[in-house]
Design a protein around this ligand. Structure first.
Ligand SMILES: NC(=O)c1ccc[n+]([C@@H]2O[C@H](COP(=O)([O-])OP(=O)(O)OC[C@H]3O[C@@H](n4cnc5c(N)ncnc54)[C@H](O)[C@@H]3O)[C@@H](O)[C@H]2O)c1
Length: 389
């Protein structure tokens, strides 16, 4: 496509928002293999009249070739600079890292995970860029659920059982117990702390593999719901220190899946409790990204995922979905694509005016922090989003 065509297209867009030029850069954060748009997603945008540029090899880590993008109608660009330069809207996965700050332009819409409140340099850089930052993690539905965070919790919850089952094997330093047992030999006992998205997905997997599962939560309505929908090999139990101490000695795999929104996870398993567990018990603390709910957990990576304290194996990988980029990319893009289509079809302002969910995703607009928690985190002036709409 010629530069003249693109200039003409941009001019037309300026007059009447007919189409969007979308850029999909390759993720450059260490060990990030996901991509923000699949070839199928690109096709959906292109058939609505938008122009999609994908940086060469952006989809490689998730199993999508440049050729598949070309077949879906996208254009391939060979540098990250060219991808940012041409795009009115950037769709990404991870928050921009330092090398990307200078590539983001005034008035450019950037739709990605940002997690601003935990990253001051990123917040300052995006304020300086005068771009429009729409954060996946704060897009919120009327029931207060976070539709662009849920898919990653589903992946991590299911993976926690897969990883736990693997590390229970003796050569990997676990107790040497098969999750589902065999006829005449009892299955493993799995204890899940927290019955939200991660916990429910973990329970489904563990139950399906035949384990004897207990799921704990503080919310009685949640326990009641889980009791209704879970199979017979899943029991529910109220979460308390007393009840946790009662169960840890007899359980083989313990999964930490609690969340107190906006706060550090509480330490439900303290260091002294490790002595009460059987040697080779496996602890998977999925909540490690919020500080962990097991006192002895510290974040680990996929290169070196586990460590042992007092004969108890700890698995505390902070970005579990990164190990299954194919599934994670599809799960994420299934959730992000409908929003990306609204943004491309209507432009960010109309899309956010029409959809309260998307509007809540706006964090920074042209140098103003419009998300209160981000302004509070760094003592920055807060500008209500309405002033930009
Ligand atoms: N490590 C990873 O790669 C990864 C990936 C996705 C999510 N996570 C993390 O997993 C955690 C859980 O996420 P989620 O989406 O399931 O959250 P969620 O809000 O759906 O569920 C959390 C549950 O914890 C329960 N809870 C709170 N305090 C409790 C307590 N003291 N005892 C028992 N239950 C308690 C809540 O009632 C809720 O049901 C979060 O910290 C999230 O950031 C980590």
């Amino acid at each position: 496509m010629s530069t003249a065509y693109i200039c003409e297209h941009k001019k037309l867009n300026h007059i009447n928002k007919i189409a969007m030029i979308i850029g999909v850069p390759k993720e450059i954060k260490n060990n990030e293999n996901r991509v923000a748009l699949t070839p199928g997603g690109a096709q959906e945008l292109i058939k609505r009249g938008h122009i999609v540029y994908v940086q060469s090899t952006a989809g490689e880590g998730s199993g999508f070739t440049d050729n598949e993008y070309v077949e879906s109608g996208a254009q391939i660009l060979h540098s990250i600079e060219a991808t940012y330069e041409i795009a009115e809207m950037i769709i990404k996965v991870k928050e921009p890292i330092e090398e990307e700050y200078k590539l983001i332009k005034e008035d450019q819409l950037v739709f990605t995970y940002f997690h601003f409140a935990s990253h001051e340099p990123l917040t300052s850089a995006m304020i300086k860029s005068k771009s429009i930052c729409l954060a996946y993690e704060t897009v919120e539905q009327a029931d207060r659920s976070l539709p662009l965070l849920v898919p990653m919790s589903e992946v991590a919850g299911r993976m926690s059982v897969q990883e736990g089952a693997k590390y229970l094997e003796k050569p990997l330093k676990g107790r040497g117990i098969l999750l589902g047992g065999v006829p005449g030999v009892r299955p493993a006992k799995v204890l899940i702390l927290g019955g939200g998205v991660v916990g429910t997905n973990a329970a489904k997997m563990a139950a399906g593999m035949g384990a004897d599962v207990t799921i704990m939560d503080l919310s009685i309505p949640r326990l009641r719901y889980l009791d209704d929908i879970m199979p017979a090999n899943v029991n529910t139990f109220m979460s308390s220190e007393y009840n946790i101490r009662e169960l840890i000695a007899s359980h083989d795999l313990i999964i930490g899946a609690v969340l107190i929104p906006g706060a550090k996870a509480p330490n439900l398993i303290t260091r002294d409790m490790l002595k009460e567990m059987q040697p080779g018990t496996v602890l998977v603390d999925v909540a490690v990204d919020q500080g962990g709910c097991i006192e002895t957990c510290k974040p680990t990576t996929h290169q070196d995922p586990t460590f042992i304290i007092d004969d108890i194996l700890h698995y505390c990988v902070a970005n579990m979905p990164g190990a299954v980029p194919y599934t994670s990319t599809l799960a994420l893009t299934n959730a992000t694509l409908p929003y990306a289509i609204q943004l491309a079809n209507k432009g960010w302002k109309k899309a956010c005016n029409d959809s309260k969910e998307l509007r809540l995703g706006l964090n920074i607009i042209k140098g103003d922090v419009v998300y209160e928690a981000v302004a509070e985190a760094f003592d920055l002036p807060y500008v209500p989003v309405d002033q930009h709409m």
